[in-house]
Design a binder for this molecule. Structure first.
Ligand code: GDP
Length: 362
């Protein structure tokens, strides 16, 4: 699955948010074939298209696609120097596909701030400095390694060194690699190093209940994000935590009172999903209507492989309808009659919203 790691200084609301995510999430017992670590929450990706498809197909069950959030607590100043459990945390972040960086943007005198005052800019700097230092370390080691190979005439190593040399001063200043304008080739050359500051990142601004507008802390986070190719989602973790405790009916009422149309967590989940460069295709049968996740650019066989590896290996062809056609013509039969059901082969690139049916050899 695709993983988004949650990081942030202590006392910014990480656990509060993470617990709300986990409660909104899926029972571990629904995933008998994989072990879910206690610090991992598997959450359904909210998608109103599923209900619309189900309205037509009337399936026995509806299954949303999911993504994982991993709570990576304990990243503090000095982590890159191996202080405390620092290195372990950095290693955990390295394994994630994206980063959700929680930043405290609410004032509350009862809750101690590690630096004694609410200051998103300096909080972000503390964490990002650690990430940059960790990357600087990997960068310098790689330069040393690849310089030897470059001297021996290895052209690939030579190119890699040139990319790394460009990155080093950026990291040295504590800046994020994702703020650089790098070509596909440059990114590919260093992809194996899994740089932390290259990972797609969203800042999750934890604001007070009335802190969604006219909040200078939130403005600060937005300015920082804009400069380094990151996105911002504002939530109030305290509200999310209350919502997560309620049954469906109370939740609707509470949200209506607050003027919310959906839980803030849904925005966090969707932003995480978009960050990962993912999109969704559907299977729509009478047994189940289901959403599946693929990387943008995935081919039809790769999409089939998400359901089962055998489907990818034995892929013959796919029947494809767009979501809009499926809805407009009220299902497969109607879409087929209208000439909207396509037969696609191995080179077909899946589009977001495709309703697919695979034909394969076993
Ligand atoms: P963590 O150390 O980052 O995991 O932070 P916690 O989630 O444990 O939160 C630290 C404290 O801040 C707890 O007492 C929370 O109840 C409180 N807190 C978290 N989010 C909010 C919020 O949105 N508003 C207010 N007022 N308090 C919050």
């Amino acid at each position: 699955g695709f993983k988004c790691g949650i990081v942030g200084l202590p006392n910014v609301g990480k656990s509060t948010l993470f617990n709300a995510l986990t409660k909104a999430g899926i029972e571990a017992s629904n995933f008998p074939f994989c072990t879910i670590e206690p610090n991992t929450g598997v959450v359904p990706v909210p998608d109103p298209r599923l209900a619309a498809l189900a309205e037509i197909v009337k399936p026995e069950r509806i299954l949303p696609t999911t993504m994982e959030f991993v709570d990576i607590a304990g990243l503090v100043a000095g982590a890159s120097k191996g202080e405390g459990l620092g290195n372990k945390f950095l290693a955990n972040i390295r394994e994630t596909d994206a980063i959700g960086h929680v930043v405290r943007c609410f004032e509350d005198d009862n809750i101690v701030h590690v630096a004694n005052k609410v200051s998103p800019a300096s909080d972000i700097e503390v964490i990002n400095t650690e990430l940059a230092l960790a990357d600087l370390d990997s960068c310098e080691r790689a330069i040393t390694r690849q310089q030897k190979r470059a001297k021996g005439g290895d052209q690939e190593a030579k190119f890699e060194v040139s990319v790394l040399e460009k990155m080093r001063p950026v990291l040295d200043e504590g800046q994020m690699l994702r703020s650089m304008d790098l070509t596909k080739e440059e990114l590919a050359a260093v992809a194996y190093l899994n740089f932390l500051t290259l990972k797609p990142t969203m800042y999750i601004a934890n604001v007070a209940e009335d802190g969604f507008e006219n909040n200078t802390h939130l403005d600060t986070v937005r300015d920082i994000a804009a400069k380094e190719n990151a996105v911002v989602v504002a939530v109030c973790a305290a509200i999310e935590s209350e919502l997560a405790e309620m049954d469906a009916e109370d939740r609707e009422e509470f949200m209506a009172d607050l003027g919310l149309t959906e839980p803030g967590l849904d925005r966090v989940i969707r932003a995480g999903y978009e960050l990962l460069d993912l999109h969704t295709y559907f299977t729509a049968g009478v047994k189940e209507v289901r959403a599946w996740t693929v990387k943008v650019g995935a081919s039809a066989p790769q999409a089939a492989g998400v359901i089962h590896t055998d489907f990818e290996r034995g892929f013959i062809r796919a029947q494809v309808m767009s979501y809009d056609d499926f809805i407009t013509y009220k299902g497969e039969a109607g879409a087929k009659e209208a000439g909207k059901l396509r037969i696609e082969g191995k080179t077909y690139i899946v589009k977001d919203g495709d309703v697919m049916h695979f034909l394969f050899n076993v």
